[in-house]
Design a protein around this ligand. Structure first.
Ligand code: SF4
Length: 273
């Protein structure tokens, strides 16, 4: 097989392949370096603060000031982080970055009261084999309701999608629900996207039928990936995401040569494994 398929499939890789097979080849197969952006690093900082809020503070102690203290600690640690350093933020830009992160953490408290939450997993890695594919995902948080039901929580620091796109954005968390069902033997009653920017919550209730559909689609995408690897055929799919694509100069849809990407961009991104 000319290209080796990835060892596993995550919800983000799955959606990357569906968005554009060629961009997927660059990131998930050739593992070309994926530079950090202000948005991704800020997202990591906010996720860390909320993760530590639940790790370090029992119910009754998860106050806004506790979250601020966790954000302060995460901000200090971030100064030594290579991804953050690569942004080279100085002065007002660094202040704006820190201030935005503080606002996102403060907004979290408008969406739920963490003292009422019983998490059973934070940054929970789940893996399940579905046919030929190893599906792998890290849940931001998995909660247990007073009735013993499971709820999957995903924090989002980017802009919430307009209503027409909300259900498609839930596909990733539906896959987390599928992982819970496969690994823990229990289908979550809800999956929730906590959009911290607006702030707003988008909720879905996974059905047995819906999860079976997700399973079928996942297996079909995996078959398509294996086929694309065998045939060395990863077609570009133009759309709104092209505007943000760092591989545009190597994309035939924009007059580029894909074979030059690995030579020009060099270092594989080990984090993409
Ligand atoms: S520019 Fe668009 S079509 Fe080309 S690789 Fe990037 S996302 Fe795909």
């Amino acid at each position: 097989m000319p290209y080796d398929p990835p060892r596993s499939l995550s919800p983000s890789k799955l959606s990357a392949f569906r968005n554009c097979a060629l961009a997927f080849r660059f990131t998930a197969i050739e593992r070309l370096h994926d530079p950090s952006t202000v948005a991704t690093v800020k997202g990591t900082l906010v996720h860390t603060a909320l993760e530590q809020l639940f790790w370090n503070h029992p119910q009754g102690g998860r106050s806004q000031s506790a979250a601020s203290a966790e954000l302060d600690r995460a901000w200090v640690a971030l100064q030594e982080d290579d991804d953050f350093r690569s942004l080279a933020l100085r002065g007002d830009d660094a202040d704006a970055f820190r201030s935005d992160a503080g606002q996102l953490v403060a907004n979290y408290f408008l969406l739920e009261d963490p003292d009422e939450i019983t998490p059973v997993g934070i940054e929970l890695l789940l893996e399940a084999r579905l046919g030929d594919v190893l599906l792998r995902g890290i849940l931001d948080r998995l909660d247990r309701t007073p009735d013993g039901e499971l709820v999957v929580i995903d924090y989002k620091t980017g802009k919430a999608p307009p209503p027409a796109y909300q259900q498609s954005r839930l596909t990733g968390v539906q896959l987390y629900a599928l992982l819970c069902q496969e690994v823990l033997g229990q289908r979550p009653v809800q999956v929730k996207l906590l959009h911290l920017k607006e702030p707003t919550v988008i909720t879905a209730e996974p059905s047995a039928h819906g999860l079976q559909g997700q399973r079928t689609k996942t297996e079909a995408v995996w078959t398509a990936i294996e086929q694309a690897c065998r045939d060395e055929d990863f077609q570009p799919k133009t759309g709104p995401l092209c505007r943000f694509c760092r591989f545009q100069e190597f994309c035939p849809a924009f007059g580029g040569d894909p074979s030059l990407a690995a030579v020009t961009m060099g270092v594989p991104d080990r984090g993409a494994a």
